[in-house]
Design a protein around this ligand. Sequence first.
Ligand code: BDR
Ligand code: CA
Length: 314
Amino acid sequence: MSPRKILIDTDPGQDDAFAILLALGSPEELEIVGVTAVAGNVPLSRTARNAQMILELAGRGDITVYPGCQRPMVRPLFTAEYVHGDSGLDGGDLPEPVQPLGQTHGVDFIIETIMAHEPGEITICPLGPMTNIAMAMVKEPAIVARIREIVFMGGGFFEGGNTTPAAEFNIYVDPHAAHVVFTSGVPLTMVPIDCTYKAVMTPGWLKDLRNVGKKTAVEAAGMAEFYQRWGNTKFGTDEYPLHDPCVIGYLLRPELFKGRSCYVTIEIASPTTIGMTVVDWWNVTKQEPNCMVLRDLDNPPFYQLMLERISRLP
Ligand code: BDR
Ligand code: CA
């Protein structure tokens, strides 16, 4: 079988970096047809540069990064330097990128890529706020029917939120974009914090990653160590989840994940709960499900896979 074609939309972010590296280390199964950057964890000027730096670290500077939207559709940008550090990739020591950024706007790159492929060929993997994806759907509605699936990290229901009591970061930053995507009719798979909180990296795993000894693994370990400190602050443990690689992990090993098809709406009106993903887990509304919501994960084999795949990189 030929590899599944994916387009990654990202706001690196240490955990975004792991998602990109996991995909790059899995070329038999996944072909990255493009990378677009969006404002999220840090402003766009940094997320675009960070994405290029990660690709070059892994020896894939040939994949161009296309910068997309600088701010959410309606609200002002809210960033998360308090989690990721000022650079967005603190803990790593990556050289400045050599390759230039793409000259096409990220939104146009998404549209052009989907239109240039057969219907049902491209899976989109948003790892940050969904501004670029929603803007592409608004600008060229013909893409909607051609997207195979959108598998994204975002939302939370049973765990509540991680940015407000009700909202997870990616959806909170651009709830209006999420609303456009959730009402589009494209097949959706959501990887919320209910699932990603189970994707914890242990100190032992981090040690194994560092011991791989190759440049990419060592830099990844540095970034992970920085990011993991947040776990001590938040959960009081030395374990902390890497959210975004769960998206790629699901594409590679869906059998490690469990979820349910549900009807999901995005709260965009209430100031208290804006950005909440309201999941009708028990189908009390009798609405047709619009999203596969993942809730559980078999974590040890997932981290084993991540270690193996990142070990393949230079
Ligand atoms: C999400 O928010 C960002 O901080 C992470 O990169 C991840 O995409 C987790 O809520
Ligand atoms: Ca992210």
